[in-house]
Design a protein around this ligand. Structure first.
Ligand SMILES: Nc1ncnc2c1ncn2[C@@H]1O[C@H](COP(=O)(O)OP(=O)(O)OP(=O)(O)O)[C@@H](O)[C@H]1O
Ligand SMILES: [Mg+2]
Length: 349
């Protein structure tokens, strides 16, 4: 599963009346704050390159104003870039005319919004089937599919209710069912869970991961919550002031932060809970049969519990019934110390 579904190449977005004239300044590295102060233009995105893989969850994260929404809006061309390319499923979407673009949005993409965006005077069933109604599909087929997806997201029995009769979490489940009913490959989720309270949010993350295991959609998920990002991302892109500071597998970013900004960003994370045994183990396969087995997908917290506090203990790490490596508890201890502290011991608070 390594094909790109979307390629974003050398993408720049500058907001302002004379944006193309600002491109050379953006390319030569002018800072966002200077461009605003000297020229009154907002540098939205600078030189963004991302390969969004088919069947993966790509999470775009960054603080408020870092450019997350601007970036996701380029994928359905709600925004045109000042320069650069966006290729969706082999099509350069900047070359599409209005009708082709509409067709692409209706057949290949769905969106899940933070504010749910349900139609208040339509039932849950009608809301869930909306993308197919807009496409003109047969009513009976739509209702059947909408019912099935409502069932999958845990809303069986709520079909005849109206949005105001649902809690926020339930409304977001309708939003998710609506995106799934559209049967599109790509799901765009801009802060989809940010309005939900923590417990509901966490159960919606679990639901998404559970569905994803079966469906393997291509999902672009925006959040400013690092815990959420680390939980659901296959590929994590961290934006700051319109630029990518680091992108890669979340575990890799945690263990190898590219610069002090990322180190600081990830410093409050519960590393024992987020880091997995497979990311920390060595790939040596021990011939010894005396070692206790540990699953590579367990987190370090589980490894610590299993060690019963014995720092000298070593585990044989298994994945899908095969030994894939060896985990020493001393490696666990090292991994719990952030990279900056490991390389510079005097860097303590
Ligand atoms: N239409 C616009 N005109 C001018 N500036 C804009 C426009 N849209 C966005 N911007 C600017 O682009 C930058 C990125 O905004 P964007 O909305 O993409 O941030 P974000 O990461 O989604 O933030 P948030 O977490 O608050 O949603 C900001 O500096 C913003 O002020
Ligand atoms: Mg936003």
């Amino acid at each position: 599963m390594t094909d790109s579904f979307i390629s974003i190449r050398n993408l720049y977005k500058i907001f302002g009346p004379n944006s193309s004239a600002m491109i050379s300044r953006a390319k030569s590295g002018m800072h966002k704050a200077d461009m605003l102060k000297e020229f009154g233009h907002v540098l939205g995105l600078r030189n963004i390159n991302i390969e969004i893989k088919k069947g993966e969850i790509t999470v775009i994260m960054g603080l408020s104003g870092s450019g997350k929404s601007t970036l996701i809006r380029h994928l359905n061309r709600l925004i045109d870039p000042t320069s650069g390319e966006v290729i969706v499923n082999g099509t350069d979407i900047l070359k599409l005319d209005r009708l082709q673009l509409l067709q692409l949005r209706r057949t290949q993409m769905s969106m899940v919004f933070q504010k749910f965006a349900l139609l208040p005077h339509e039932t849950v069933l009608t809301n869930a089937g909306m993308p197919c109604s807009v496409r003109g599909d047969d009513r009976r087929v739509i209702d059947k599919s909408a019912r099935e997806w409502l069932h999958r997201v845990g809303l069986s029995g709520a079909e005849a209710l109206y949005p105001h009769q649902l809690s926020g979490g339930m409304q977001q489940r309708v939003g998710l069912a609506r995106a799934l009913t559209s049967n599109s490959e790509l799901m765009l989720m801009d802060e989809a869970y940010s309005a939900l309270d923590p417990l509901i949010r966490s159960s919606m993350q679990d639901l998404l991961l559970e569905l994803q295991e079966d469906l393997q959609k291509t999902i672009v998920f925006i959040t400013h919550d690092l815990d959420e990002a680390l939980k659901i991302a296959d590929h994590l892109v961290i934006l700051k002031d319109g630029e990518i500071v680091q992108q890669g597998e979340p575990q890799h970013i945690l263990l190898n932060p590219a610069d002090p900004y990322i180190e600081d960003f990830v410093s409050d994370i519960n590393r024992a809970r987020v880091l997995r045994v497979r990311s920390v183990m060595t790939e040596t396969i021990s011939g010894s049969t005396d070692l206790e087995l540990l699953d590579g997908d367990e987190n370090l917290e589980a490894a610590i519990l299993r060690s019963k506090g014995e720092a000298g203990k070593t585990f044989a790490v298994h994945t899908a019934g095969q030994q894939v490596g060896t985990l020493k508890m001393t490696d666990v201890l090292k991994a719990l110390v952030p990279a900056a502290r490991r390389s510079n011991p005097s860097n303590a608070e």
